[in-house]
Design a protein. Structure first.
Length: 337
């Protein structure tokens, strides 16, 4: 299923129809259509002419041969071009359901977020290389863990713009966004990121688990376990009103981080300016004595300025002392002294 959808995305990207591509390998167009849908077996002798006709680089052809060696229900892809193959499958999917526990999914990322967060730009660059990405998509559901909404370290303004983009997508109903609260248990089967890809005319969905490598799972056994994990995360997610409140709280946190960073920078600037302003002039207030090279008399350095003390008038001080005295009956009368 993975290689078939990848071939279809490449063919549509080149603007070719099934009869033209089927002539390259000498098969009927309906047979090639079944190959692209995963309903007919694929062999490398059949796939290689198609890849060369679709102008795929040579270093991206041999990983396809390795992927064809896996069985139909389990596949591991960590070879060059893995993110581009995943983006091609996402572009062919009719419905996407995504769970992400750490990062914003690639379908909802801004360019600034993808450039700032480590490891996020490679998926976005791969999606940009796939022509017509997402033109078949009809339903998009995103389940975000609350931990994915925390500000990016050192770049709170980037996360603020990303959260504004999420809020805008939620207001326009472009995607069904649900937030899983931090108090709710994260699904163990989902891992860091789990994507469910549903294709037309396909009996089973394709599941992509993102981590150090891409793991593709389909079929009735392991696929059902991934589907159950997504269903559990979807059921534990907050409702629409609570989701909007969590987004608003995350945006306020980013604003506080931005204001705190600006206040800290301004305080640091004021402290440094104060130190420069009160720094004594060279040769004053630091040296005890200074003798010129000609052997002349010592020159006493100038003392740093000190604030003059306020001296009370003696008569006024005595009057203050007399009026502050009290007898044992807490009386200020002079007759009781």
């Amino acid at each position: 299923m993975l290689i078939g959808r990848y071939l279809r995305a490449l063919r549509e990207g080149q603007g070719l129809h099934l009869p033209r591509a089927a002539q390259w390998i000498g098969v009927h167009p309906s047979t090639l259509g079944k190959m692209e849908q995963g309903l007919a077996p694929l062999r490398f002798e059949t796939v290689e002419p198609l890849l060369r006709g679709y102008r795929v680089p040579a270093d991206r052809i041999w990983p396809v041969r390795s992927l064809l060696g896996y069985d139909g229900f389990h596949c591991v892809d960590s070879m060059p071009g893995c993110w581009q193959r995943l983006a091609a499958c996402e572009g062919q999917a009719q419905a996407l359901r995504i769970y992400s526990g750490r990062l914003i999914p690639a379908v909802l990322r801004t360019s600034a977020y993808a450039a700032t967060v480590p490891g996020a730009a490679q998926h976005d660059d791969a999606r940009a290389l796939v022509p017509g990405h997402g033109k078949h998509l009809k339903h998009l559901t995103v389940i975000l863990h609350e931990g994915a909404l925390w500000p990016v370290p050192g770049h709170p303004e980037v996360m603020a713009s990303q959260l504004a983009h999420l809020q805008h997508a939620l207001d326009r109903d472009d995607a069904g966004i649900h937030i899983l609260p931090a108090s709710a248990p994260a699904p163990a089967e989902a891992g860091h990121a789990l994507t469910e890809l549903s294709f037309p005319h396909s009996r089973h969905a394709l599941y992509a688990v993102e981590g150090d490598r891409l793991l593709y799972i389909t079929g009735p056994d392991e696929g059902d376990a991934k589907q159950a994990a997504l269903d559990a995360a979807h059921a534990a997610a907050a409702p629409a009103r609570r989701t909007r409140q969590l987004l608003a709280q995350a945006r306020s946190r980013c604003a506080d981080h931005s204001a705190g960073g600006r206040l800290e920078a301004w305080t640091r600037f004021k402290v440094l300016a104060r130190r420069r302003r009160h720094r004594p002039a060279p040769g004053t207030g630091r040296l005890r004595t200074a003798r010129p090279l000609s052997g002349g008399p010592r020159i006493a350095p100038s003392r740093p300025r000190t604030r003059a003390r306020r001296v009370e008038h003696p008569t006024r001080a005595a009057a203050t002392e007399r009026t502050s005295r009290r007898c044992r009956y807490n009386c200020r009368s002079p007759s009781c002294w």
